[in-house]
Design a binder for this molecule. Structure first.
Ligand code: SF4
Length: 94
């Protein structure tokens, strides 16, 4: 008798977390970064315009300045939490 294997195979599911190994090269050094999964939706640039900007020739966002105030930190964290494809990471080092 055959049985169905109902255990989901998660080995091929992409990680929902931003990947520091896939940072786009324009990010400035520091904790926050955008990885290569960015879909250029503009949300982070609206939420934290002092920290995120667009690479016009490539069509994605990157971190052009790390947050330096509590307000900027809050805006960057909001952008991270709202990014629809989780392309923003905060584990990029200091
Ligand atoms: S919110 Fe995410 S997907 Fe949208 S532009 Fe920013 S990094 Fe890219």
């Amino acid at each position: 008798m055959a049985y169905l294997n109902l255990t989901p195979d998660t080995s091929r599911v992409p990680s929902p977390m931003a990947d520091p190994a896939q940072k786009v090269p324009e990010n400035v050094a520091g904790r926050y970064y955008v990885d290569a999964t960015c879909i250029d939706c503009d949300l982070c640039r609206e939420t934290a315009p002092g920290n995120f900007t667009r690479k016009d020739t490539r069509g994605y966002s990157f971190v052009h300045r790390q947050p330096s105030t509590p307000a900027e930190e809050a805006a960057c964290l909001a952008a991270l939490e709202e990014c629809p494809v989780e392309a923003i990471g905060v584990d990029g080092g200091r």
